[in-house]
Design a protein around this ligand. Structure first.
Ligand SMILES: Nc1ncnc2c1ncn2[C@@H]1O[C@H](COP(=O)(O)OP(=O)(O)OP(=O)(O)O)[C@@H](O)[C@H]1O
Length: 633
């Protein structure tokens, strides 16, 4: 087959354009990316060879080789890993499958200086174009006979052609840009490998240029020099690994380039034996909430890479974890299907969950500021565990941090309980999407007045756990937009001022108003009641005790999971001037029309405060005009 020319997927072209034109100063990381890919390719073959030994029989020792040609100004990185066939070359090097890429590119394009972002994201193979103006890839898939060559200058198109390739694996030749000649110098390469790739568990070798002695004899005939330690970092003892090496391993295993927030290197012995090196990233990945997002923990069995896609290893609510788990007990030839319901794996998962929760607990306890960095990045994800992993509910609730109406900083549930008022039986919360709007909600007025704190839950995930988690330390969670507020049970200095005689009179007058409004608004609301929770506003809507919370219902309706809106309870503030005036008006003759208008306007006002529309915008406007006109006359 002759050479074929194909176009990059549009996203790749955009990415290549960003890479080539970025002001990214740290160009040397291209080598880290290519070596990382080569090492992954060897891992993949090692796994396949467990069940098909023939795949690597002819060449059993993995290696990654670097060769320089200073005359041609090229650098070649070769591996004897899994290799790629024609279709794989087209798919892998011509399209982008990673879930976070679109989000990354949007941010890149909207930010002035993307260098920082490129550093965080890692553009993999395409980073070659930071130093090369042309890249040639020859590859032969293990177990196949035909080799393929892929060539591109990174400007929209690439070619692919059949080629002779004696050994399996991939060779990537970078035709270095004139100004990037330094990457064809031995010393430079040695330093880069030591810095970024020492942890790679496969020998990375550099072919030394033959040296001529003075007498013309050749000193070394192109010997290979191994540049890295070449042992799996998690098998070494902690004292043998430097912070820098731990960090570089994180960059490799997580494909992320921030500093990890936490690392945990451990070994479990006993009935079940496994070791692990886990990290929690220092920043929030672009794709944390992407539906395809998976955790980044690779499963190894006795140093053999098995998979980086084992959903049974780590629960989804810990998908921020990155790193490696290496089991001594699982069978080497375990298939990915067999992993699905494996009791040993379930135990490992249980162990990891406990370990991670334990570490987080310690951090939350001893290094509160530090812990909040984690919480702000990954708290939303961890909270998913509150309904996905009920046995861990209490441990998770202990780790949760919340905003509340009394403070802009984060508090724990323990802090909340400590500040509960005499007679307060519930942990009160208000939930919705907009934190500031929640803080202004009429439903929290009475709580503020009584100095009772209310948690402000503005994370979309909150609506889901808060309805399934019943209590913390014996105190139930209660929405302030639902049911009775129970505020009269809570002591407050204000209550003592009202004389009981006044109260009785007020009650009778309000009773008449409530009766009138119930008749007028019949069918529109479930009930109309005097409110304990309002102090400044005249009205608000609440959900009846057994009904669905107003905000939760709104979310479910927007996802079409609930068809009809429930009828709500309209609460009226008996202490509000307008309400008092209405109670008087009801005794006057000829006020019926005005009263009717106001009753409807109050209901629509309460609806608007909940972010809803008045039931009929035109009638609402007419009523409003009539009442305003009356006010002016
Ligand atoms: N040396 C190699 N041998 C075999 N396959 C490779 C090699 N280099 C790259 N690939 C294939 O090309 C794909 C794309 O590589 P690329 O570096 O762009 O992304 P990635 O490795 O998936 O992620 P990242 O961008 O984080 O490096 C890889 O997933 C792999 O399938």
């Amino acid at each position: 087959m002759s050479e074929e020319q194909l176009s990059f997927q549009a996203e790749v072209s955009r990415l290549l354009d960003i890479v080539a034109h970025s002001l990214y100063s740290n160009k040397e990381i291209f080598l880290r990316e290519l070596i990382s890919n080569a090492s992954d390719a060897c891992d993949k073959l090692r796994y396949l060879a467990v069940t098909d030994g023939d795949l690597m029989k002819d060449d059993p020792d993995f290696r990654i080789d670097l060769e320089i040609d200073s005359n041609a100004n090229t650098l070649t990185i070769s591996d004897n890993g899994i290799g790629m066939n024609r279709q794989e070359l087209i798919d892998n090097l011509g399209t982008i499958a990673r879930s976070g890429t679109s989000a990354f590119m949007e941010q890149m394009e909207s930010s002035k200086d993307g260098s920082n972002l490129i550093g965080q994201f890692g553009v993999g193979f395409y980073s070659s174009y930071m130093v090369a103006d042309k890249v040639s890839v020859t590859s032969r898939r293990a177990g196949e006979d035909q080799g393929w060559q892929w060539d591109s200058d990174g400007k929209g198109k690439f070619t692919i052609a059949e080629v002779e390739k004696p050994g399996r694996g991939t060779s990537i030749t970078l035709h270095l840009k004139e100004e990037q000649k330094e990457y064809s110098e031995e010393l430079r390469l040695r330093t880069i490998i030591k810095t970024y790739s020492d942890h790679i568990p496969i020998p990375i070798r550099l072919k030394k240029a033959p040296e001529k002695n003075e007498d013309g004899s050749i000193e070394n005939n192109g010997d290979w020099e191994t540049l890295n330690s070449a042992s799996a970092i998690w098998t070494r003892s902690k004292s043998d690994v430097t912070d820098e090496q731990y960090k570089e391993f994180y960059h490799h295993v997580a494909h992320a380039y921030d500093d990890p927030w936490l690392r945990e290197h451990f070994r479990v012995e006993g009935v079940l034996e496994y070791s692990g090196l886990l990290y929690i990233p220092g920043s929030k990945p672009f794709d944390l909430f992407h539906p395809d997002r998976k955790h980044g923990v690779k499963l190894y069995v006795r140093r053999v890479f098995i998979t980086d896609d084992c959903q049974e290893l780590i629960p989804a609510y810990m998908r921020f974890l990155k790193g490696v788990i290496d089991s001594e007990d699982l069978p080497l030839n375990i298939s990915r299907e067999m992993l699905q319901d494996n009791p040993m794996l379930r135990k490992i998962r249980g162990g990891i969950v406990k370990r991670v929760l334990g570490i987080l607990d310690k951090k939350a306890e001893n290094e509160q500021e530090e812990y909040l960095k984690f919480w702000e990045n990954f708290g939303s994800v961890l909270k998913e565990g509150l309904y996905e992993d009920l046995p861990q509910k209490d441990a998770l609730l202990k780790l949760c941090r919340f905003k509340s109406i009394k403070t802009d900083s984060w508090i724990s549930l323990a802090d909340y309980l400590e500040n509960m008022k005499e007679g307060q039986e519930h942990i009160y919360y208000i939930s919705g999407e907009d934190e500031q709007a929640l803080r202004r909600s009429p439903q929290i007025e009475g709580f503020k007045a009584k100095d009772v704190d209310v948690l402000v839950l503005h994370d979309p995930v909150d609506e889901f756990w808060v309805t399934s988690v019943n209590e913390y330390e014996g105190k139930g969670f209660k929405s302030v937009t639902r049911g009775g507020a129970d505020l009269n049970k809570i002591d407050s200095a204000d209550d003592k001022d009202d004389s009981s005689k006044d109260k009785e009179e007020d009650k009778a007058e309000l009773g008449a108003l409530l009766g009138y409004m119930k008749l007028t608004l019949e069918g529109e609301v479930k009930d109309i009641r005097s409110s304990e929770r309002l102090t400044d506003s005249a009205v608000c809507l609440v959900a009846d005790e057994g009904d669905m919370d107003i905000h939760l219902e709104r979310i479910l309706r927007s996802h079409k999971q609930v068809d009809e809106a429930s009828k709500r309870v309209l609460e009226i503030n008996p202490k509000h001037d307008l309400v008092k005036r209405l109670s008087d008006l009801i005794k006057e003759d000829g006020a019926a029309k005005e009263l009717e208008d106001i009753a409807w306007l109050l209901l629509d006002q309460a609806r608007i405060l909940e972010g809803q529309m008045p039931s009929d915008a035109a009638t609402f406007a007419q009523r409003m005009s009539r009442v305003m006109g009356k006010g002016l006359s």
